[in-house]
Design a protein around this ligand. Structure first.
Ligand code: 26V
Length: 811
């Protein structure tokens, strides 16, 4: 454990400041002060980092590598200090120097190298692996431009380029000596040498992959793991690469630009698959660089190539890094000289795969022509994997050609990445019980029958260190005061808090904490959005990517309905509410952008209507990101988790909200089901179609949104309001939404679930008025949230999939 007293810290800090900036502390800006604190923190971390690596080399423990196209880390400083166990000391020391720690923490740019749930999950997992002493490291891409910055201009989303590296990044260390070369394009020649076939890759375009390492500090345990992000650079001129054309200036520039493009941008899409060659390049780039560096590391440490599967576990976060399978085969065969069977054994023993969505439009498949041209050797290996798979299927499913072609990795002119991932790994998991069942019974059922033992569930989790201890210090203090602090290392100990569910004084303290958080958020909303909101109203929060299946439309329609009711009856007895939305739409997702416009139009209308604006308010908060979520979630009363049942694989904000004492209004989808199972029906508000009903509609039809509309006057009115100029002088403005509901028969059952949603919101109103009941529910939710710590999830991965970590060794 790092032991640093306040006086020592102050001395170190002042010295660091002067060393970095060459001026006195008193002359520094807040940003300078942040840089010095972050730089000092890094110095503290570095020694531990080295000794952790030394320990891993000495013990020879199995190492886990988490490959992901996205890591949504957010800010690093606060959580690193917290995990080092010195955040309080720093806070006091800085305060002696007249500096506010939180103000410095606010100076840090979010590291937003991800779209949403999948990227944030990767970040929570890194924190949990380090905190559980599991040797687990991240491998990804150092995008120069993270997720775009969202601006709302005249109610519409406008995307601005993001530039998180503009002031440098104190957390990373560039490691040019560990660079790797990744080869694209060219041709593969086969030669026979000493009775073996060897594959020679000519005329390829070489790309230099440079790693940047970031320390991932475990919670008070002296462990520092590594997040290694790769950046693409052209090979420098000194390099002699005969097979690649040089000398021509314009070609050289073209080469430089095409290489640099690889780590330039994060694709801002989290559902729609697009066959963009740059994305395929990105995937192979980081997978190849990562695997080469891992294998080089083990070889340098004397690990025999045939023992690799005992020394490493490679996890692929969705199919995006699935090229790890053929790439590992290539390295083992072409570079290390193993035969197919040995290489295959090692590869499949090493690799495991998580699926994060069943949305068909998100399933990756690459046009074979494109694939072959970009990755000729990798394609050959995939062809061989597929040959062997199909051979197996022919023997097993004699004459069932349809089934065999359905399951093939190569079919209809495409490489199907999910099939590759399933075939080439030893474990396939879903991210919540329902999701895993749907994978087994519906989406991947053919493969489930072929490999029943590969399939398993690992319900998602979130790190309670960031999402509770860091984000909600007052609630943390209340927990420690009432039940002690054992839950920090053993989050399920939070159950002890349930004893206080009916304790009036604890209820009162919880209420006060929530109110303080709401006041803070209200001030922030005033400062950033210029809107006055009432901290005594219910904060009803819907924050996540904007997507039709997440049904921000459903939420918006009920606000429109409520508005109509209030206009009709200004004395309507309802709980005053502040409706808070935030989320980004993919730049090319027209409908999602239209939903943002609708929310903003409704906000504009309601917030400026004196007949209602002291009862309800609507706020769309700009530029949703990790640091904003950390401000909003602790202030939420009601958590909106209203996706179309079967569509949300898990959800993770649902867990963050419950842990912060919000009450959930939800469909029985994703992990909402497990939350319900934990807290009981009386402590959650459930509505909407069941899984069966939804699947029935999808499979057998029979749904008609218009026929429901004709029997519900309130709903009919709000749907008309979309098109009658009520919310825009341009009557066609919300036509995309209208058409999705009516013309295209409401794919996500917004119309169907409307009535049951309104009733559920009525129940929320009744509960909220009952102070004791509401706070009892909040306490119960907090008490049962420990199981949703990503520590539990990671423990399950370690023992059930990776065969790594302390608990595994002691089984
Ligand atoms: C998918 C795709 C599809 C093709 C092109 C680009 C691209 C980029 C990212 C993704 C990932 C989308 C999947 C995702 O984020 N799923 C979410 O994963 C969360 C963590 O498991 C889970 O809680 C959410 O329910 C799920 O939507």
């Amino acid at each position: 454990m790092l032991k640093i007293g306040k006086e020592q810290f102050k001395k170190d800090y002042i010295e660091k400041f002067i060393e970095m900036h060459g001026t006195e502390l008193s002359e520094g800006t807040d940003y300078n002060k942040y840089e010095a604190l972050a730089g000092l923190t890094r110095d503290y971390v570095v020694k531990m980092w080295l000794s952790t690596n030394k320990r891993y080399n000495d013990t020879g423990e199995k190492q886990v590598y988490y490959f992901s196209m996205e890591f949504l880390m957010g800010r690093m400083l606060g959580n690193t200090l917290l995990n080092l166990g010195i955040r309080d000391v720093c806070k006091e020391g800085l305060s002696d120097l007249g500096i506010d720690l939180e103000r410095l923490e606010e100076m840090e740019e979010d590291q937003g190298l991800g779209n949403g749930g999948l990227g944030r999950l990767a970040a929570c997992f890194l924190d949990s692996m380090a905190s559980l002493n599991i040797p687990g490291h991240g491998c990804g891409i150092r995008y120069k431009r993270g997720f775009f910055e969202q601006k709302i201009i005249d109610g519409s989303q406008v995307e601005a380029p993001e530039n998180w590296l503009k002031n440098g990044n104190v957390w990373e260390i560039k490691k040019p000596d560990k660079a790797q070369i990744v080869k694209f394009g060219g041709h593969v020649r086969v030669e026979r040498r000493d009775g073996h076939l060897i594959f020679i890759h000519d005329d390829y375009e070489p790309v230099l992959a440079i790693p940047y390492d970031m320390p991932i500090v475990g919670y008070e345990n002296d462990t520092v793991n590594t997040l290694r992000l790769w950046s693409a650079e052209p090979l420098s001129d000194e390099f002699d690469f005969s097979s690649f054309s040089r000398g021509e200036y314009s070609k050289a520039i073209e080469y430089k630009n095409s290489v640099e493009a690889i780590s330039q941008i994060l694709y801002p899409d989290d559902t729609l698959y697009e066959g963009k060659i740059l994305r395929l390049k990105q995937q192979y780039f980081f997978v190849s660089a990562g695997l080469q560096s891992i294998i080089r590391h083990f070889k340098n440490n004397g690990v025999g190539i045939r023992d690799l599967d005992e020394k490493m576990a490679i996890h692929i976060n969705d199919t995006h890094p699935a090229l790890a399978i053929p790439e590992l085969m290539r390295i083992l065969m072409d570079e290390e000289g193993l035969g197919w069977d040995d290489a295959w054994r090692i590869t499949t023993n090493t690799i495991s795969y998580t699926n994060h969505t069943i949305l068909a439009e998100a399933l990756e498949k690459w046009p074979i022509d494109m694939f072959k041209r970009l990755l000729p050797r990798i394609y050959m290996i995939i062809e061989e994997i597929n040959e062997r798979l199909c051979g197996q299927l022919w023997n097993r499913y004699i004459g069932q050609w349809d089934k065999i072609s359905r399951m093939s990795i190569l079919s209809d002119g495409y490489v199907k990445m999910a099939h590759l991932a399933i075939v080439g790994s030893h474990s396939v998991n879903g991210v919540a019980k329902l999701h895993t069942e749907i994978l087994k019974k519906e989406e991947m059922t053919d493969f489930y029958y072929l490999y029943p033992r590969k399939f398993n569930n690992k319900t998602n989790g979130i790190t309670h260190r960031r999402w509770l201890i860091k984000a909600n210090p007052q609630l943390t203090a209340l927990l420690i005061d009432t039940i002690g602090d054992s839950w920090i290392k053993h989050p399920t100990d939070m159950e002890k808090f349930e004893r206080f569910a009916h304790d009036r004084s604890v209820q009162g303290r919880l209420y006060d904490i929530k109110r303080d958080n709401k006041v803070r958020l209200s001030n922030f909303i005033k400062r950033t959005q210029g809107i006055d909101v009432d901290p005594d109203s219910m904060f009803d929060v819907h924050i996540k990517r904007i997507h039709a299946y997440k049904r921000q439309t459903l939420n918006c329609l009920r606000i429109m309905a409520l508005y109509n009711r209030l206009i009709e009856n200004p004395n309507l007895d309802i709980v005053p509410r502040t409706f808070i939305f935030a989320g980004k739409a993919a730049p090319g997702y027209y409908l999602a952008k239209n939903i943002i416009e609708l929310i903003n139009s409704v906000a504009n209308r309601i917030n400026n209507d004196p007949r209602v604006n002291n009862i309800i308010k609507v706020v769309f908060m700009e530029n949703y990101r990790v640091s904003l979520a950390e401000k909003i979630i602790p202030a939420a009363d009601l958590s909106e988790q209203i996706s179309t049942t079967t569509k949300e694989a898990s959800g993770t904000s649902n867990m963050k909200f419950m842990m912060n004492g919000a009450v959930t209004i939800a469909t029985l989808d994703g992990a909402n089901i497990e939350i319900r199972d934990e807290v009981g029906d009386e402590n959650i508000i459930i509505f909407g179609l069941t899984e069966r009903e939804v699947l029935n509609y999808y499979q057998t039809g029979g749904y008609s949104s218009t026929s429901i509309l004709s029997s519900n006057a309130i709903l009919k009115q709000v749907v008309e309001d979309l098109m009658n100029g009520q919310y825009s002088s341009d009557k066609d403005k919300f036509k995309p939404i209208y058409e999705s509901l009516i013309t295209y028969n409401d794919e996500f059952f917004v119309i169907k679930d409307f009535d049951s949603y309104i009733k559920a919101q009525g129940r929320a109103d009744i509960l909220y008025r009952d102070f004791t009941e509401w706070n009892k529910i909040a306490i119960t939710n907090i008490a049962h949230s420990g199981i949703f710590s990503s520590d539990r999830t990671i423990q399950e991965y370690a023992t059930g999939i990776w065969g790594s970590g302390y608990l595994y060794k002691n089984l």
